[in-house]
Structure formats: structure tokens, C-alpha cells
Design a protein around this ligand. Structure first.
Ligand code: PLP
Length: 342
């Protein structure tokens, strides 16, 4: 595998730090917890989509595109990072936003990522919940073409075999950091949604033969479907990398027990996780992805899923801009004084 063979822009602030979570390690009394700070990738408040967009936007420029089109839920972090990279590159950006979360909370509809999308100059188009969003991009691309533009469409979450290369790179970076520090990583845990992050990590780890298990904590789909999506994409990434061994189905593990009622719908465990990270580590998680992933991590620590003394790396995939969209949820939680003795 030789990642430099694939066109890539250098935009993310890399390497992102790998740091110990000393206070949470002590508090939870289980494995040694570490955090990989991909919330600090530096583009438009950062997050995991930036690594993917380095490869996707490079391909867009190589094709002579002048417009980026992508899609997501109203509070999509991927849309926000796409809007920021488009601004940086001088490209037009059209974001299709699905009303996937049923709410009329003005903070959800206008604040957080939506406020930032507008600041970055993106054009926002809203569609009802349940729309086939990847299909909905095609007529928009056609409209851009008819007006003489050159569109480049990016699938939801930037999750195809090009975007996932960003997380092959992250796997290389993380293993290199661990080698430098003499740290043996026993598990990587992170939020999994559109599957590109986990697929890239799994393919990168397989390519290095690093043998580190990756556990994706789901935020939307049930486990079988999530694992199938990740595995299918990881196989395509492996093929792109020329990995002859392919990807073993057993290398893909997701736990979807922390979704709650659905995508973007808060759970008490998410609120507790966001509060724990904020109050004990000064680190901001997000309500839709990392808060639920950390709720899973915390619960699995409490249940003894990870042996004491093992090293567990939580990959922080960003999203804190979304906190502002969920103001009421955290205000209510603070009023109740919850937060596990924080
Ligand atoms: C998109 C996103 C994820 C999930 O990554 P996928 O590659 O879509 O699986 C996790 N955390 C945050 C904050 C995200 O924005």
C-alpha cells in the first residue's frame, strides 16, 4: 500500500494529537483510555470529514469541478466541513439537508452547523425526512450542468472508497504515533454512521497487519446492516489499495445498542457522556455521534468489556458545533444537576 499514489490536498492539521484520558481512566476504573483528537483537524471547527475531503476535493479539482454538492441531515457535520473546504478552494457549494430529525426547535433548524454552513457561503436546500438523499443530488447536478457549471457530487458522509482513504491515512498515523510512544493499542472505539471512517480504519489496519480490533458504535442502523455496510466499503477500499488478502468479515464489529430512539435523538446516556468528558477532561463531544459513542465506551468500561490495564483509544470524530443545536437538551440536564457527581 502506498497512499501517496492517490491525489490528495493538504488541508487538515495533522497529525492530530494522541493523548491519555487520565481523569476518565481513574473515574471509570477499567482500561487505560486514550483519545485521538480528530476533532482537531482544523477545517471549519474540524472533524472526521476533513480527512476524507482531502481526497474527495483533490479528485474534484482533478476533474475540473467548480461546484461541490453533498447531502446530510440538517445538522450534518460533513456538510459543514464540505462548505468550509469549498470556501477555501473557491468552489460553489450546494448542501441538501434532510429533515431526518422531527423537531421544530429553532436551535436545531438554524444554529450549530446550519449557522456555520451559511457563514461559509454554502447554498442550503431542505428536503423532507425519508428522501433518498443520494438520488436527490442527481437533478441538482444536472441543474448545475445546464447552467454551464461542473458539479462534483459527494455521497453522504463522504463515504465512498475515495473518502475512506482519509481513514486509511488515519490508521497509519495512529499506529505510527503508538509505535513512537511504545504504546500497544488493544482497541479502537469510535462512532460509526455512513461507514467510511470505520471502513478506512479497518482497511488501513489490515494493510499494515497491525491486528488492532476496531469497534464502531452505531448511531443509526441496526448492527447487521451497519456491519454489512462497513464491510462492503472496506472491501472496495482494499481493492483500491491493491490489498490482495481482502478484508475478513470478522474484522468488522459494530455495537448498535446506544442509538436510542433513532438518529439524532438524544439519550440520557449521551447527555451523561457529554457531561463526563466536559467536566473531567475539558473535552467537548457532540450529541449525534461522539456523545453516543462515548456512552457506549463508558458503559462497556463499567461492564468490564475491556480488561483492566489494556489500552483503548477513543477516536474523537468531532461534531461539537452540533451542541449549539441541542441547547435545550443540555440546559434541562444542567437544571437537573445530573452528570454523575461532576
Ligand atoms: C460523520 C461523523 C461520524 C461518522 O463517521 P462515518 O464515516 O460517517 O461513519 C462520527 N462522528 C462525527 C462527529 C461525524 O460527523
Amino acid at each position: 500500500m502506498h497512499l501517496a499514489r492517490f491525489p490528495r490536498l493538504k488541508i487538515a492539521h495533522l497529525p492530530t494529537p494522541l493523548e491519555p484520558l487520565q481523569n476518565l481512566t481513574r473515574l471509570l476504573g477499567g482500561p487505560n483510555l486514550w483519545i485521538k483528537r480528530d476533532d482537531c483537524t482544523g477545517l471549519g471547527t474540524g472533524g472526521n470529514k476533513t480527512r476524507k475531503l482531502e481526497f474527495l476535493a483533490a479528485e474534484a479539482l482533478a476533474q475540473g469541478a467548480d461546484t461541490l454538492i453533498t447531502q446530510g441531515a440538517v445538522q450534518t457535520n460533513h456538510g459543514r466541513q464540505t462548505a468550509a473546504i469549498a470556501a477555501r478552494l473557491g468552489l460553489r457549494c450546494i448542501l441538501l439537508l434532510e429533515h431526518r430529525v422531527a423537531t421544530d426547535d429553532p436551535d436545531y433548524l438554524k444554529n450549530g452547523n446550519v449557522l456555520l454552513d451559511r457563514l461559509f457561503g454554502a447554498e442550503l436546500r431542505e428536503l423532507p425526512g425519508g428522501t433518498d438523499m443520494n438520488a436527490a443530488m442527481e437533478p441538482v447536478a444536472e441543474e448545475v450542468r445546464r447552467a454551464g457549471g461542473r458539479p462534483y457530487t459527494i455521497p453522504g458522509g463522504g463515504s465512498n472508497e475515495v473518502g475512506a482513504l482519509g481513514y486509511v491515512g488515519c490508521a497509519l498515523e495512529l499506529v505510527h504515533q503508538a509505535n513512537e510512544q511504545g504504546l500497544v493499542i488493544d482497541h479502537i472505539v469510535h462512532a460509526t454512521g455512513s461507514a467510511g471512517t470505520q471502513a478506512g480504519l479497518v482497511a488501513g489496519i489490515a494493510a499494515m497487519n497491525a491486528r488492532i480490533p476496531v469497534l464502531g458504535i452505531g448511531v443509526r442502523a441496526p448492527r447487521e446492516r451497519q456491519e454489512a455496510n462497513v464491510h462492503a466499503l472496506a472491501c472496495r477500499v482494499a481493492e483500491k489499495l491493491g490489498l490482495r488478502s481482502g478484508i475478513d468479515r470478522s474484522a468488522v464489529a459494530a455495537n448498535c445498542d446506544y442509538v436510542g430512539e433513532g438518529y439524532g435523538i438524544p439519550t440520557p446516556a449521551m447527555v451523561e457522556a457529554v457531561q463526563l468528558f466536559a467536566r473531567h477532561e475539558g473535552i467537548l463531544l457532540d450529541p449525534v455521534y461522539t456523545g453516543k459513542a462515548a456512552a457506549g465506551l463508558i458503559d462497556l468500561c463499567r461492564r468490564g468489556f475491556f480488561a483492566k490495564g489494556t489500552n483503548v483509544v477513543f477516536l474523537h470524530t468531532g461534531g461539537a458545533a452540533g451542541l449549539h443545536a441541542y441547547r435545550a437538551v443540555f440546559e434541562r440536564a444542567s437544571d437537573r444537576g445530573s452528570g454523575s457527581g461532576g
